[in-house]
Design a protein around this ligand. Structure first.
Ligand code: C6P
Length: 426
């Protein structure tokens, strides 16, 4: 992991590198906002991150200076738009170390990327009696598409259980993945437990039985260096909006030889090479999977988000998030009647903490914190089976990103003490 120095990092007395949060915060206009009379403390980054001025400006620039459709025109604006749009794809490919930008498909988000695989690859490759192995801690986006595929095909969905310490039970995983397994689909980092899953090891187990490996990178790509070749995964899905980019755009990486064999799942303009009244031939990768006018402005802004994160250095981003996660875990020990979900060992998890109180409902905690200008998420976090497995219907979650500080975690802990005290007295 690199800990390269940049204008956004500062050295520590011990020779390490920390993100310069004051400098980073200056790039995020929204962090100056007042909420209920207090300066916003934004701790809902796993739901969506805030956006730096550089990313917002890239959208304004596109619409103000070179708004045109891509891949279609010979005029200057269209050529400029196409160049910047395709450069953004190359930036994303480099960011995840994809061998070629041909294997980077723009989608609307992580959910659409996974659905693309379920329909295009799944319908052609999964049959009766086959199985898809996923995990019991998965987000609904990596459960429901497989349930629907299994229903269409008479296949089975199997779930790797979550063991003690909030980690996957890899011994059971080895038994569940068998000769009838066609795909293993697992989240790299949990949006509820914070657990970092051994997806590289799962890929080896999957490949040993001839199955493919899909990694849900929605929570890992924004936070740590992710290298698709080092992981050995066949597919990787993630969303731009959790990594300083805009909403409405995400990415599917797929191994080129696998995607060459896949059929498109949406049809229309740009995804064809030739159309007659009798039929059509498909365009080359990646366009085969991108029907219609794409989300040009947001793809360009995703390129700008990648530039921003590259400038910080993903090794530094990860070190910062893990340090905040560890600090929060330590501070939560002071809170009576609160229960933290996921691994106790901060080394096994990323920068988020989900928790619940013995008697106070998470929504009440969330509303009380909002009155103090602190934004957290409450609910089932789109992982209903996992949350219910903890014997609760909802949890609260504080999730940290590049601009968050220990002082903000102190404010969270103080706020939770106040809120729990208030509801206990009621
Ligand atoms: N989790 C959260 O608050 P979309 O909505 O398609 O951009 O991302 C879906 C998704 C898939 N996998 C994981 C691990 C995720 O965390 C998410 C999104 C948000 O936890 C919104 S539910």
């Amino acid at each position: 992991m690199t800990h390269a120095r940049s204008k956004y990092s500062r050295g520590t007395p011990s020779g390490g590198t920390l993100l310069d949060t004051a400098r980073i915060r200056a790039d995020f206009p929204i962090l100056n906002r007042q909420v209920n009379g207090r300066t916003l403390i934004y701790l809902d980054n796993a739901a969506t991150s805030q956006k730096p001025r550089h990313v917002i400006q890239s959208i304004v620039d596109y619409y103000e200076r070179y708004n045109a459709n891509v891949h279609r025109g010979v005029h200057t604006l269209s050529v400029e738009a196409t160049d910047v749009y395709e450069e953004a794809r190359r930036k994303v490919a480099r960011f995840i170390n994809a061998p070629s930008e041909k294997s980077v498909i723009w989608t609307r988000n992580t959910s659409e990327a996974i659905n693309l695989i379920a329909y295009s690859w799944g319908d052609a490759n999964v049959g009766e009696g086959d199985n898809i192995v996923t995990t019991a801690m998965e987000h609904h986006s990596d459960i429901v598409p497989w349930q629907q595929l299994a229903r269409r095909k008479g296949a089975q969905v199997r779930y790797i259980p979550v063991g003690r310490q909030g980690a996957l039970d890899m011994a059971v995983a080895r038994n569940l993945i068998d000769r009838r397994t066609k795909l293993v689909a697992a989240m790299h980092a949990s949006n509820v437990l914070g657990t970092i899953n051994p997806v590289g090891e799962l890929a080896l187990i999957a490949h040993a039985v001839g199955a493919l490996m899909l990694v849900d990178g929605a929570q890992s790509v924004p936070s740590m260096p992710v290298d698709v070749q080092a992981l050995g995964c066949d597919f990787l899905a993630f969303s731009a909006h959790k990594m300083c980019g805009p909403t409405g755009i995400g990415v599917l990486y797929g191994r080129e030889d696998v995607m060459e064999r896949m059929q498109p799942w949406m049809f229309g303009g740009d995804m064809i090479s030739e159309v007659t009244y009798e039929g059509a031939k498909w365009n080359d990768l990646p366009y085969k999977f991108e029907a219609g006018t794409p989300n040009i402005a947001d793809a360009i802004a995703t390129g700008a988000a990648v530039d921003y994160l590259d400038e910080l250095g993903m090794g530094n981003v990860w070190a910062h998030e893990q340090a905040l996660g560890a600090y929060a875990l330590e501070r939560f020990k002071e809170l009576e009647e609160f229960h933290v979900m996921g691994p106790r060992d901060p080394g096994l998890r990323g920068g988020l903490v989900s928790f619940f109180h013995d008697t106070v409902h998470p929504h009440d905690l969330g509303q009380a914190l909002d009155r103090m200008g602190i934004a957290i998420r409450t609910g089932h976090h789109c992982a209903m089976p996992l949350v219910r497995g903890h014997g609760i219907a909802a949890a609260a979650r504080a999730s940290f990103y590049i601009y968050n500080t220990e002082a903000e975690i102190d404010a969270l802990i103080d706020g939770l003490k106040d809120a729990a005290g208030y509801f206990a007295r009621k």
